[in-house]
Design a binder for this molecule. Structure first.
Ligand SMILES: [Mg+2]
Length: 189
């Protein structure tokens, strides 16, 4: 096990009041099909912490940085019925809650369950949204986190993610961004 880079963690604590993370392939990954980068979960509970990532969030949390997770979960409109979509959402919320509770009680999590319209397969209209402000690359979830944590200054916020949509959401919100690989490689000696 690598040793956490304390000066880096302390520099984050000094600079940022709030740090947000994307979920899938930033801090969490599917349990099934390991090693296949960017693979989707087989079901909402098919998820675990990536190696040596929880420890970094824990260190930040313990030093008083407020943490949030903002995740797009766009499979919802492609489920066969609204009842199944609702169950899927409940299970997703539960799976996130279980993982987040391993850090502490004050980690916030935001999910976006909508997806833009497609013409290649049926979608549940309730979960279709052309340009949902909450769906990354839009900044809605990041703004909601800032509001919930009562942060007025965008410079107090860092967002970390593995995809271009994460970087764009951070840009649109005006907050700092670091790629997941860069962030977590700096977090260890
Ligand atoms: Mg991701």
């Amino acid at each position: 096990m690598s040793e956490i880079n304390k000066p880096f963690i302390e520099s984050l604590v000094t600079r940022f009041k709030v740090i947000g993370f994307d979920a899938d392939w930033t801090i969490w990954q599917p349990i099934q099909g390991q090693g296949k980068e960017n693979q989707f979960r087989q079901d909402p509970f098919d998820v675990k912490w990536m190696v040596e990532r929880k420890e970094v969030l824990q260190a930040l949390y313990n030093l008083g940085v407020r943490l949030f997770i903002a995740t797009n979960q766009g499979l919802t409109p492609f489920l066969p019925s609204e009842a199944e979509a609702e169950q899927f959402i409940r299970q997703h919320l539960k799976a996130s809650e279980i993982l987040v509770s391993e850090i502490g009680s004050n980690v916030r999590i935001y999910h976006c369950f909508t997806y833009p319209p497609v013409d290649y397969k049926p979608q549940l209209e309730k979960y279709v949204s052309e340009d949902d402000f909450m769906r990354k690359p839009n900044p809605g979830m990041l703004f909601t986190a800032m509001s919930d944590f009562e942060i007025a200054n965008v410079h107090d916020v860092l967002y970390v993610g593995d995809r271009l949509e994460d970087e764009k959401a951070a840009q649109k919100a005006g907050v700092h961004f670091l790629g997941a690989e860069a962030f977590f490689s700096k977090a260890y000696r």
